[in-house]
Design a protein around this ligand. Structure first.
Ligand SMILES: C[S@@+](CC[C@H](N)C(=O)[O-])C[C@H]1O[C@@H](n2cnc3c(N)ncnc32)[C@H](O)[C@@H]1O
Length: 130
């Protein structure tokens, strides 16, 4: 099998992602909004902004991390997509100066981290930024 890099998922699906996954559960947006307490939130694996943009629309200051230019370029074409500050790289290690009221990862994205070492590092790094 060819090597699975952090760019691989996006390269394979970015063109059709929003067509495949049109829906977002409003209850999940409302819950994330409640957790963010109107403050600042970071989405790990933000992708095309399917979850982040409706949350931003409710008034949360959104940041994102993603490894795929192909996915993030879709986000940037959407209304207010460029208002979200994106850090490119792996969310296994959050390389950002900001602190957040909420850091979240949704839609099975956490399992893109393929080793336990990376998964633990991700939680430690998130804890350092809360
Ligand atoms: C299933 S999509 C989910 C996108 C968005 N969270 C949503 O719910 O629509 C997974 C996203 O995580 C990104 N991703 C996968 N592994 C990553 C990693 N190690 N670091 C950063 N981003 C990663 C992919 O590029 C893709 O944009």
């Amino acid at each position: 099998m060819e090597k699975f890099e952090i760019t691989t998922y996006g390269e394979r699906i970015a063109e059709v992602y929003d067509e495949f996954y049109k829906e977002v559960d409003q209850n999940s947006i409302d819950l994330l909004y409640k957790f963010a307490e109107g403050g600042r939130a970071l989405e790990l694996g933000i992708g095309t902004g399917r979850v982040a943009l409706p949350l931003q629309k409710k008034g949360v200051e959104l940041y994102g991390i993603d490894g795929s230019e192909a996915m993030v370029s879709k986000l940037k074409t959407k209304p207010r997509g460029r208002d979200i500050e994106i850090t490119m790289g792996s969310f296994a290690q959050i390389e950002m100066d900001e602190q957040f009221d909420l850091i979240y990862v949704v839609f099975n994205t956490f399992y893109a981290l393929l080793t336990q070492e990376e998964q633990v590092r991700c939680f430690q790094s998130a804890a350092d930024h809360i």
